[in-house]
Structures are given as C-alpha cells and as structure tokens.
Design a protein around this ligand. Structure first.
Ligand code: ZN
Length: 423
C-alpha cells in the first residue's frame, strides 16, 4: 500500500532511515506504529520559552508526543532516532505573503506530483515554510494545488489563500505584464465603489477563499485607488463570515484608506512614502493591524535603478518597521515570493534584525504570531505536546546568526518530512 509513496520518497532523496517512519502520513492510512525522535539539538519550543539544550522532540502519528531534555523524555520501543546534534529545532515557519501566479503552478490539477513537490521545495519548504498565506493567485488553480497536497499526493505546505485580489477600477495591469512577470494570464475583479466591492467579495468568499485581498492603490501604472467606502464594504463582508482582509497599501494614502477601512493585515511597508509619523502609527495601532514588512522585496523591486536609490528605498522600509516596533506593533513574516523571483529569505531576516528585531521576535513573526492571527494556534505555532508536528531543523543556531533561519536541514509537516538538505 505504501509502495508508490515509498518510491516517490526515494526519488526525492529522503534518507532511507526515515522512510518507514514518515511514509504514508496524511493519506488517510493508519500511520505507522513507530515514532520518530529528533534528538540532541537545541530546541526553541516557542519564542518566549528558555531553549532546551540537548533536547528531544518525539513525533508520533503526525503530532508532537513529547518535548524535553534528552533523558527526561522516554522513547517508545522501536522509535526511529534522527540525530540533531549541533542543530536547532523550532516550530514550522509561516510565510504570510506568497503567490502561486507563476506559470509553473498551472494547471495544478495536471502537473506530475513529483514536479509539484520539487517546485514547492524550491520556493517554500526548503526554507522551512510549512504553512503559507497566498495573497493573490487564481483561486481555482490554487485550490487544486491545495487539494493535491492535502490528499498526500503532493508534499507541500499548508496553504491559505485570498484567491484573486480586488483591484481598483482602471488599475488592472496591461496584458503584457503577466507575460513579462512569468505569470499565467489572470483575471481579476475591478471594482469602482462599495456595491461592486461587496459583490466581488461575496463571490470570492462563496467560492471558498480564506480571506480577501484588496489592492488599495496600484504600485505601477495605471495608478488607481480603491475608495475607502469600497474597502469598508469588502472588509465588512469578510468579517461577517469570520474571515480576514489583507491590503496592499503602496503609499500613505493607500495605507490610511486600508487601516480606516478596517483591514486586518497590511502586506507591505510603503517605501514610496516618507517615514510613518505618529498619527499614522497611532491609527495602525488603534485598529490592531498586523504588518508584513517585505523589506527584501524593495531592493528587488527597483533593481534596475541606481544603487543609491535602492538603498534609500530599502532604508525607508526598515525605518517604517522600526517605528512600528517602537509602538509595539504586530509583525508577520512574509517575502512576496512567487512575485519576487528570489526565493531565498536570508536577506529579509538580516533586514528585520537591522530594524531592531531580535531572533525571538523574528521567530514569533514566523510561528506564534501568524498561528494566532489566522486562528490556528490550537494546532500550530509551537513545539508542544498535542500540536501538529510541523517542525523545522536548522543547521545553525538563529540566536547566534539571524540568517540561520534560512539555513534548513529538515522540514516536517504533520510529522512527514517535506524537505531534507541531505542527499
Ligand atoms: Zn504580493
């Protein structure tokens, strides 16, 4: 029964040691009776707890069965041991701003499973992202991708998605833009007013998206903005159903329209504007928004411009994040991969540290904060008994080097190995 699955794992180069332990999870089969123990690493069970040196994480039936010091955790007979000496162990990471718009994801229903698994590794799981929030793609296609992952046929992260973004009337990019960006041609709802925004939100939410995404103001020509009343109407529809609203701000005007319109998550800083002053920060704080800084994106976005302009753009974003941290603002990690072609998040970690975040704050933005924001903290975000075994094993200790967060040895989701850097 396990054979096709085993064969696929062998092709992916997952260590033979683990095959009998991890194969078959998440496929509706009875999981193997053998547990897996990650032994000997430094365990950061959550951003606020003391690290456990020489720790053990015991995984059984897709869940965390125990965590503690080596010797203090009893291992069931026959437990497979994965030596993690010298490595660091954390909860699985969230990337709360990704896109499945590139041509490589379409048609998700027909791309061979090993190819999809490999592509998901290259963009996400090799960097420890066991959960992602897709904040604009073609929902019908992303839904199929998610179904194939959840059926166990494709190995990949948990996916939440907004589906198509709501675009201001007249703001849809010219047809050549998706082609230039390497995207599958897409259709997006353009809305002019509250009634159209509500109707577009209803249609998307009825089709099963997890949140809505509002393009409050376009970033590139043609420049157009959503009226605040349109934002309010779409947000109200999402909130009525217990769903969140994300917004792309672009500049101060778009940011304030989003915040005042009731949006929950701001998906970028706004380097096109000047610094965020006290009144902007107070409005954001009062509304309880979460911020996804996407600092690494800014150098990428204007990579054809002079380096001095690139430096200014990045520094604006870093200063905005610093100001947001100073008022105690909430931060979610996200990089905009799938739009940004550079998948490696290492630079994002370095820039977050430059803005003043220590490794525990960065870890929170990757784990507990998104799990809480998205209503999943009963299952995800920490290494704790009973939670899903979504776990990242890093080659280095992120307390000593912030870029270690991008240096992943293994990634597990529901106890199943999604990625190993060992061939
Ligand atoms: Zn984006």
């Amino acid at each position: 029964m396990d054979r096709p699955n085993l064969a696929r794992r062998v092709r992916l180069g997952i260590p033979a040691l683990l095959i009998t332990t991890v194969a078959g999870y998440g496929q509706g089969q009875a999981p193997p009776n053998r547990a897996l123990a990650l032994v000997g690493g430094i365990v950061y069970a959550s951003p606020t707890e003391d690290p456990i040196r020489n720790g053990v994480v015991l995984i059984r039936e897709g869940r965390i069965a125990a965590v503690g010091r080596k010797g203090a955790v009893s291992l069931p007979r026959g437990t497979r041991i994965l030596d993690c000496s010298g490595l660091a162990i954390t909860s699985g990471f969230w990337n709360s701003h990704v896109h499945f718009l590139e041509r490589k994801w379409n048609p998700a229903a027909r791309i061979p499973a090993p190819e999809l698994t490999r592509q998901l590794q290259e963009m996400l799981t090799r960097y420890g992202f066991t959960s992602v929030f897709d904040t604009w793609s073609t929902w019908e296609n992303t839904r199929r991708l998610r179904e194939r992952i959840e059926s166990g046929e494709v190995s990949g992260p948990g996916i939440l998605s907004t589906g198509e973004a709501l675009i201001p009337k007249g703001g849809k990019p010219p047809e050549m833009i998706p082609e230039i960006l390497g995207f599958t041609p897409y259709d997006v709802p353009e809305v002019a007013n509250a009634a159209e925004a509500r109707a577009a939100a209803v249609k998307l939410l009825d089709s099963g998206v997890d949140a809505i995404k509002l393009y409050a103001r376009t970033f590139s020509p043609p420049i157009a903005a959503l009226p605040e009343t349109a934002i309010q109407a779409a947000v109200a529809e999402a909130h009525r159903r217990g769903k969140l609203a994300f917004a792309h701000p672009t500049n101060l005007e778009g940011l304030l329209a989003s915040v005042n319109g009731g949006v929950d998550v701001i998906v970028h800083t706004t380097p096109q504007s000047g610094p965020w002053g006290p009144s902007v920060l107070a409005a954001m704080k009062k509304r309880g928004v979460s911020l996804i800084p996407t600092l690494q994106l800014w150098r990428y976005e204007i990579r054809h411009d002079r380096v001095s302009a690139q430096d200014r753009f990045v520094n604006n974003g870093v200063a905005q994040l610093r100001a947001w941290l100073d008022v105690g603002g909430t931060v979610l990690f996200g990089t905009d991969v799938g739009y940004m072609a550079n998948y490696n998040p290492g630079e994002e970690y370095a820039l977050m540290a430059e803005a003043g975040m220590d490794f525990r704050q960065v870890l929170a933005s990757l784990t507990t904060t998104p799990a809480e924001r998205f209503g999943l903290s009963a299952r995800l975000g920490k290494i704790a008994t009973g939670l899903a075994a979504d776990i990242v094993v890093l080659n280095q200790d992120p307390a000593k080097n912030i870029r270690a967060f991008a240096d992943v040895r293994y990634a597990f989701r529901d106890g199943k190995m999604l990625f190993s850097s060992r061939k």
